[in-house]
Design a protein around this ligand. Structure first.
Ligand code: R5P
Length: 294
């Protein structure tokens, strides 16, 4: 207990100096609670405003995806290079070292696999997300899927309600069925619906035309999924274009862990996302690392 005797009188009241009232760096999140801002500031770098999330949650619908057969060998070494990890509770408890201290984008929904019909999702218990200290609740939304659109929207709104109760922000993940076209019109519609239903961040895909329309029509930060494996230069070009056109980061999986130099690739992606380097320079970062670590 503080000593009551001999206290020095308080006198530095800064009279005449207005109290600092800092804004918040992240689009659309100026009015969320302190706890949410704390979590978002651990995911997004407050200096660059951007993030490199490493996604390895594919197994929850795809099983042992190429590159994720032994996540202890392939993913754990990559974690230190990420700003945030996106994974399931199974991956967390089995292979992710709790000492890694990375914010977790937690796969909060679970659902049907690639062997049946995708998108029939259910939500987990919020207590479980709190137990693993999740920083972001990821929930998939299947806009345009006649059978599952409603259920996935309800999942999103429930996730936002639960997350808001405990100040854990929500990541709306737009799922695009095979029959839907990933163009700016669809992606902005799906992403905007996520934001309007309360998602603090939206994950969607990049499109070659009018991607700026997607980022501008959504009032919260957008991170792009990498999608299927591309050549390294093409994947870096996609990351560059996305950031250049207003994305706040990447949530990338296969284009990193399926690369012939996963560390080289994530370093190159980081240089684009955080340092604004051009594609050629990023590609050189990837090649240099690859050649020096053969
Ligand atoms: C999306 O729902 C998946 O679970 C992945 O997290 C996402 O697709 C990102 O991974 P990739 O860059 O391999 O597409």
């Amino acid at each position: 207990m503080a000593d009551r005797e001999g206290n020095i009188d308080a006198k530095d009241f800064g009279i005449g100096i207005p109290q600092c009232s800092e804004g918040f760096f992240l689009k659309g999140n100026a009015h969320v609670d302190w706890g949410m801002k704390d979590r978002l500031s651990r995911i997004f770098n407050p200096k660059s405003g951007h993030t490199v999330m490493l996604a390895f949650d594919h197994g929850f619908i795809m099983g042992p995806t190429s590159g994720l057969e032994r996540m202890d060998l392939t993913i754990v070494p990559l974690i230190p290079y990420s700003d945030c990890i996106m994974c399931t509770r199974g991956a967390l408890r089995t292979i992710v070292p709790p000492t890694c201290n990375k914010p977790i984008s937690y796969r909060f929904d679970a659902g049907t696999s690639i062997l049946t019909e995708l998108n029939d999702q259910v939500l987990q218990d919020i207590d479980e997300a709190i137990r693993v200290n999740a920083s972001l609740l990821a929930c998939m939304v299947a806009i345009g899927d006649p059978k599952h659109e409603g259920i996935t929207i309800r999942n999103l709104t429930k996730t936002v309600d639960l997350g808001t109760r405990y100040s854990i922000p929500t990541l709306g993940v737009t799922a695009v069925g095979k029959e839907l076209v990933r163009d700016a019109r669809y992606l902005s519609l799906a992403s905007r619906i996520c934001a309007e239903n309360g998602a603090n961040v939206v994950k969607t895909y990049f499109c070659n035309e009018k991607f700026e329309q997607v980022t501008n029509s959504v009032p919260v930060p957008i991170v792009i999924a990498g999608g299927k494996k591309l050549g390294e230069r093409d994947a870096l070009e996609m990351a560059f274009q996305a950031i250049d056109q207003g994305a706040s980061g990447v949530d990338m999986g296969r284009n990193i862990f399926q690369s012939d130099s996963p560390v080289g690739m994530i370093l190159a992606v980081r240089a684009i996302v955080h340092d604004g380097v051009k594609v050629q320079q990023a590609f050189e970062i990837y090649e240099t690392y690859k050649n020096e670590h053969k």
